[in-house]
Write a new protein. Structure first.
Length: 107
C-alpha cells in the first residue's frame, strides 16, 4: 500500500528526485520516502493552521460588530431635505451677458 501511495505522489517526479528523496529518508532513519512525505505534509498542515490561528483574532475583531457603548437601539433618521432657492443660474447668466454686451458696445 505504501509503495502505491509513494508511486502516486512521486508520479511526476524524475527518477533523480525519487532517488534523492529515498536518500534523505534513509539519512533521517525513516521507513522510506512515504514516511518522509507524511512528515513534510504534516509540517505544511501545522504551518497553515498556525497562520490561520494568527489571523483568527483580527477576523473576530472585524466580524463582531455589536456596539457595547450604547444600550439603546440605534435608529437611522432621514435628514431633512435642504430648502432649494429659486433658480439663480438664469439671472446670473443675464448679468454676465449684460456686462459683456455693455463692454463690447462701448468699444
Amino acid at each position: 500500500m505504501a509503495e502505491k501511495l509513494t508511486a502516486s505522489v512521486t508520479f511526476k517526479c524524475t527518477e533523480e528526485m525519487k532517488i534523492k528523496l529515498e536518500r534523505i529518508a534513509r539519512s533521517r532513519k525513516l521507513n522510506g520516502s512515504s514516511e518522509l512525505m507524511r512528515i513534510a505534509a504534516m509540517d505544511i498542515i501545522f504551518e497553515v493552521e498556525e497562520m490561520l490561528n494568527c489571523l483568527q483574532m483580527p477576523i473576530d475583531l472585524t466580524t463582531v460588530t455589536v456596539d457595547t457603548r450604547n444600550p439603546e437601539p440605534f435608529e437611522l433618521e432621514l435628514a431633512p431635505n435642504p430648502h432649494k432657492t429659486q433658480a439663480q443660474k438664469k439671472p446670473n447668466c443675464r448679468n454676465q451677458l449684460s456686462l459683456i454686451c455693455h463692454s463690447t458696445a462701448k468699444q
